[in-house]
Design a protein around this ligand. Structure first.
Ligand code: HEC
Ligand SMILES: [Cu+2]
Length: 398
């Protein structure tokens, strides 16, 4: 007891030094309200656990945590940089193509880039030349005007026309030569955009899943894309160009790659509040594991293995979840939200925004609006025991 009391005393004494005037001035404006709250709690009550809680929440809101030592601040900066760099990693860049169609798009990009460079150099050279020339000819504007017409015609009309016609031709040619397998030669995957998640169907096998598109490596895949609400755009930069999902029609896109891996994708057309959190992943796997996956996804949900999971299923079926979600093999046949039959087999939750762990799942079910404000799923106020049972059940749906 006395240990705890003196621990608190030490904390308070230390905090007075660390939260002195200089450090307050240094702290700047960011997160000021929260930090002031933090300081007053530490100073008034010396309660370390409360201050730790606030520190953690400051860290998660992204505010700078000046109360941490410099070393850990550097750690935060490095972690941030690593995250930023990871976002530019090869799996999300159209300039590191991993499939036939993506290579064609990247080739086109480089062609346009280098033509752009040449045009830029020419224009810059012409500008510099004009500046020098103008200065020299200042005393005689009439001569200047006489020779001006030729470069104007060549550089202003002929050259741009040639370049634009050439690039248009090359683009059309690249589009015509895209791989475009028809349904008989390829694995067909239907993708339906929803605000703000992706429904994924394999019509040949009656498989329905969400936010994860599994495809076989080394075989053509034909994606047929449409939307249930507004226009979205399906984009996996490393595998193929982007294509819009338009209400009332079905667009097709093909993927063909022999490199297994997980490729990040996202919605590339602003589609409302949570557009930025409408991600997905394409999992390219060797033929045999793809077939295993498909077979597993085609089955009904697993029966609960223990009493807790059985109770969880009861909770699910008697809560509002059934109006919006399907779990094949049960009475739940809602179609507003993702099919949850094999929820536990997915790596992420809520359109790729967080890992599929028990903690994230619990947080999502209790308050989806906290993670994804505006998401089409209401918060629920399940009693803790029911929630635990529900988590056990959903966690068993592999
Ligand atoms: C009004 C309809 C509605 C109700 C009721 C509802 N959900 Fe949802 N749910 C959704 C929608 C829509 C999403 C997709 C949200 C997003 O990603 O933007 C979703 C997503 C989920 C996900 C994530 C699925 C995935 O693959 O990422 C889980 C898990 C989930 N809901 C569980 C539940 C549970 C458990 C209940 C009952 C307590 C419930 N939902 C009630 C509409 C609903
Ligand atoms: Cu979208």
């Amino acid at each position: 007891m006395s240990g705890a009391a003196s621990g608190r005393g030490r904390g308070a004494a230390r905090s007075r030094g660390r939260y002195g005037l200089a450090s307050r001035l240094r702290s700047g404006f960011r997160g000021r309200g929260r930090r002031w709250e933090l300081e007053s709690i530490v100073q008034d009550s010396g309660d370390r656990s409360e201050s730790d809680r606030l520190l953690r929440s400051l860290a998660t809101t992204g505010a700078t945590v000046t109360a941490r030592s410099r070393a850990s601040r550097l750690g935060l900066v490095l972690a941030g940089a690593a995250l930023a760099l990871a976002a530019c990693g090869p799996d999300q860049s159209m300039l590191s193509p991993m499939g036939a169609n993506a290579s064609r798009a990247a080739g086109l990009w480089w062609l346009m880039f280098w033509i752009g460079v040449v045009v830029w150099v020419l224009v810059t050279a012409a500008t510099l030349y004009a500046l020098v020339r103008r200065r020299r000819d200042r005393h005689d504007p009439l001569t200047a005007r006489r020779w001006e017409n030729a470069p104007l015609v060549w550089g202003g009309i002929v050259l741009p026309s040639v370049v634009l016609v050439l690039l248009t031709g090359v683009s059309i040619d690249a589009m015509r030569h895209r791989d475009h397998p028809d349904a008989s030669q390829a694995t067909v995957v239907q993708v339906i955009g929803h605000q703000w998640w992706w429904e994924v169907r394999y019509p040949e096998r009656d498989v329905v899943t969400a936010n994860e598109v599994h495809v076989p490596a080394g075989r053509p895949v034909r994606l047929e894309l449409t939307t249930a609400d507004v226009i979205h755009s399906f984009w996996v930069p490393a595998l193929a160009g982007k294509i819009d999902l338009v209400p009332g029609r079905s667009n097709t896109l093909s993927i063909n790659t022999d490199r297994p891996g997980v490729y990040e994708g996202r919605c590339a057309e602003f589609c409302g509040l949570q557009h930025a959190k409408m991600r997905f992943r394409v999992v390219v796997e060797p033929e045999s594991s793809f077939q295993d996956w498909l077979a597993a996804q085609g089955t009904s949900a697993a029966e609960p293995a223990d009493d807790l999971a059985a109770r969880g299923r009861q909770v699910f079926l008697s809560a509002s979840c059934v109006y919006c979600h399907t779990i094949r093999g049960t009475a739940a046949v809602g179609s507003v939200g993702p099919d949850l039959t094999h929820l536990a087999s997915r790596d992420t939750l809520a359109a790729g925004i967080m890992p599929n762990t028990k903690g994230h799942l619990g947080g999502w079910i209790v308050d989806p609006q906290q993670v994804k404000p505006g998401a089409r799923m209401p918060s629920s106020d399940l009693p803790p025991d029911d929630l635990q049972a529900l988590l056990a059940y959903l966690g068993s749906l592999a």
